[in-house]
Design a protein around this ligand. Sequence first.
Ligand SMILES: Cc1cc2nc3c(=O)[nH]c(=O)nc-3n(C[C@H](O)[C@H](O)[C@H](O)COP(=O)(O)OP(=O)(O)OC[C@H]3O[C@@H](n4cnc5c(N)ncnc54)[C@H](O)[C@@H]3O)c2cc1C
Length: 488
Amino acid sequence: MKKWMSLMMAAFLAVPVLSGCGSSTTPSTTEGKATTEAATPQDENTDIVVIGAGGAGLSAAVEATDAGAKVIVLEKMPMVGGNTTRATAGLNAAGTEAQKKKGIEDSQELFYQDAMKGGYNKNNPELVKVLTTQAKDSVVWLESMGADLSDVGRAAGASVSRIHRPTGGAAVGSNVVSTLKDKVKEKNVDVRLKNKAVEILKDQEGKVTGVKAENKDGKAYTINAKAVILATGGFSANQDMVISYKPELKGFATTNHPGALGEGIKLGEGVGANLVDMAEIQTHPTVVPEKGVMVTEAVRGNGAILINTDGKRFINELLTRDVVSKGILDQKDGVAYLFFDEGLRKGLKAVEEYFNMQLVTEADSVEELAGKIGVDKDAMTQSVKTYNDAVAAKQDKEFQRDDLPLQLNQGKVYAIQVTPAVHHTMGGLQINTNAEVMNKEGQVIKGLYAAGEVTGGVHGGNRLGGNAMADIVTFGRIAGQNAAKAAK
Ligand SMILES: Cc1cc2nc3c(=O)[nH]c(=O)nc-3n(C[C@H](O)[C@H](O)[C@H](O)COP(=O)(O)OP(=O)(O)OC[C@H]3O[C@@H](n4cnc5c(N)ncnc54)[C@H](O)[C@@H]3O)c2cc1C
């Protein structure tokens, strides 16, 4: 067993401390309202039940409430946010005001081409069209509610800078979740923490009629509804399920929150939903062994390089996640070091979290740093010099990296050891462009909608960094709007 395998196994078994975890998404919502009134909860009626209070579910809840529907949100965890709280790098959109202010030329067509190419053209083109044309509106919508998406950076697989995040390159997820959380609170949406959906109900014609749930005391109750929206996220934290679709990922840790167990997929299957792309599971290349902390792609996007334990660069750091993951696994012990300097640190607030968590080795010179991490000093010094020369010459002859934002020679230098971990499940429930869930016969399951990582098709064979945040907000909004229409 390679060294990284045993390290990763340990991380899977431990509850991981992950990127974005420290940010506050404390519950502000009603907890098990039904249970405080009676020991045995009564059946209830509503227009729409949203299952899952991550970015997709909260976006759907805001839109549906705005359209006049009565909404109940079920969230099984003691807090809202799910994986969305952990998102760090940003949200992709083309043609935004923030891009224009920075003089970045982008187009929805280029965004579409990048998403399709990144997904190896396995993506559903119609869903990608919706994503790439409407992500810009999602940015405007989030900003209108107070989110900060004013900074724009570069992510792997993107032809131009289009990943939007808060000022100074701060983490995106906690900002978006707290914005949406404030909005549902302001609108008095009934958000029930520690309430888990266990079954979707349907009538004899196959139309969805509600949800069976368990309240915080584990007591079952039924909510009759005109429409149900599944927004339960992916299944990266369900190791058995991951291995069942991709056996080679046995032993890998995950970057995900412990609730990412794929329950929504099972709930959908219970009413006949079709599944697509289930074996398309992404590893994120830069996760700290044993700790399970993901180092955001923005670090590479802002200029960091990867060095192996021989002190050498070995890959274009901005290739897609699957390629870079494989590149790292091919190195000795399946690990590498992210290398950056004080100059990069100053331009990306998100890295401060890694310093606070004591994941960074620091030194005054490359030579000293190499000594501290046990890497050949001459080889590492030469690698950094060759890279800095390439930045000056605006040409990376070694690995053809086309985005060379800065030389790594300002002040202190830093290294973080990294290895890949299970990060994103691209497959899930098949939806159409209205976010309606499809059955195995290619027909819409009436009354059932889905959005976010529980769905499949948007990202094809590989998701680009920043596209999930765009996906969950865009399709979450569409699901909320259409479910509200259907409920009228
Ligand atoms: C560390 C990390 C960093 C990331 N960074 C980025 C990034 O910078 N940019 C980007 O685009 N993407 C990023 N991603 C991916 C992105 O965050 C996720 O794909 C996205 O947030 C998923 O949103 P969601 O609303 O579909 O699911 P989630 O946010 O996971 O929400 C689903 C919710 O459903 C709840 N739930 C599940 N089952 C039930 C049930 N049976 N009953 C009730 N509730 C249930 C869960 O508890 C959870 O709260 C990152 C992911 C991780 C893990």
